[in-house]
Design a protein around this ligand. Structure first.
Ligand code: SF4
Length: 405
């Protein structure tokens, strides 16, 4: 096997510049950043107390929570990046320089973003970023009884329309195949005019691959295809404007993704290359057996993907006509109210581009405006947040200046 000069270079603490940046990153990023659960399995910090989960357990008659740590977030603890014993300052400086040159997508080693992450930016962008940078900080909302109650209500709703079964997976391709099979199993139900819940959606939007799970799709009595997103709340009234912004953006993104899929715009290469999947990878026995139960004869991940793309291109499913958010009480499951959400594709895409400009490295992340500083009181990263500290220091300095005048 021939080696490139980069591959044969050796590394020593005093000679950091002898290694290429690419090799440096291969070594350092792989070793520095602990593997963490896939970002889609996280609760989005932005969705506050009535957050939804984007899990792979959903879907038709199937699927497991995945452990796809290797496929998405490998968030670095930038605050903790320091030279190990014996490493020189040159290595430390170089590490910082190399990390600083990476976009957040590269730095966190994300091949895709979850819809809930992007929507989280509408609540507080920095909170989403800290979620990746400081994975060890306990999330206040994750263990709260309210969130658990919300998750139970979501599961109960899901079980109303289909069973959830566990399927064992052996590879990243297996786990993605399962998401696709989930989606495939629901298309005929939708086509027959039925109701589906926890429908996976994915696709390339504005240059970044996005993944989400639609709570529910059904047809209205007028025959319109309605997307209904369930939000559970501890309080018995509808959410305020700040949460509303992020909820509305969420369902608008789902519509963009779903509509692109049923228009046949999901591209094989974008899927495979963005997610770095091997089409030729044979399906594991669990996934193969599950596919057979669905009446599908597929043997590889590529086979599942091709089948999905073909089914979507030949499906006569309409685009989503109506977007709704249904709020219900966490304690009692009683309905609180429903809001209909408008849709303007150009506006949604512009908002998405603005959010993605952080992820592709075009700008720094932003915290909340001073008028929304109340959000910081319930934020898990309150103690760590530089943005908040700077704002507080500025406010103190400005008060002192006024006093001395
Ligand atoms: S403390 Fe405030 S500004 Fe900082 S991440 Fe949390 S919500 Fe955002």
């Amino acid at each position: 096997m021939s080696c490139s000069p980069e591959q044969t270079a050796t590394r020593d603490p005093g000679g950091a510049e002898e290694i290429s940046d690419s090799e440096f990153l291969d070594i350092e990023l792989e070793n520095l950043y602990p593997e963490t659960p896939e970002s889609c399995d996280r609760l989005s910090p932005a969705l506050g107390n009535d957050c939804g989960t984007e899990s792979e357990t959903a879907g038709g008659p199937l699927a497991p929570k995945t452990d796809s740590a290797e496929e998405a977030g490998t968030p670095p603890e930038l605050a903790g990046v320091s030279a190990g014993a014996g490493e020189g300052s040159a290595v430390l400086l170089r590490r910082k320089r190399v990390l600083a040159e990476l976009s957040p997508l590269e730095r966190f080693r994300l091949r895709y973003l979850c819809v809930t992450d992007v929507c989280g930016q509408a609540w507080c962008e920095l909170q989403v970023v800290y979620g990746f940078e400081l994975p060890h900080v306990p999330k206040r909302e994750e263990e709260s009884p309210k969130v658990k109650a919300g998750a139970s209500i979501h599961l109960a709703r899901e079980l109303e329309v289909h069973d959830v079964v566990s399927v064992s997976t052996q590879s990243r391709e297996d786990r993605w195949a399962l998401k696709i099979l989930n989606m495939l199993s629901m298309l005929p139900i939708l086509q027959a005019g039925g109701r589906v819940r926890e429908l996976p959606v994915f696709g390339m939007l504005e240059g970044v691959f996005l993944v989400g799970v639609i709570d529910e799709l059904h047809y209205s009595h007028k025959g319109e295809l309605v997307l209904s997103e369930l939000k559970t709340r501890g309080l018995r009234y509808l959410s305020g404007r700040a949460q509303e912004r992020s909820h509305h953006f969420q369902v608008r993104l789902y519509k963009l993704l779903f509509d692109s899929m049923v228009r046949g715009l999901l591209e094989r290469d974008a899927f495979v290359q963005s997610l770095n999947l091997r089409p030729e990878q044979p399906l594991g026995p669990g996934v193969m057996e599950h596919a057979q139960k669905l009446g599908l004869h597929v043997h590889t991940f590529g086979g599942v993907l091709e089948l999905a793309l073909m089914t979507l291109s030949y499906s006569e499913l309409p685009a989503i006509d109506v977007l709704k958010i249904e709020y219900c009480h966490q304690g009692t499951s009683d309905a609180i109210g429903t809001r209909e959400v408008s849709f303007d594709e150009a506006g949604v895409r512009a908002e998405l581009r603005n959010h993605l400009s952080y992820w592709i490295g075009q700008r720094e992340p932003r915290g909340v405006d001073i008028e929304e500083a109340w959000k910081c009181r319930s934020c898990s990263f309150e103690e760590h947040c530089e943005w908040r500290r700077e704002r507080a220091e500025n406010a103190t300095a400005s008060n002192q200046t006024k006093r001395f005048k």
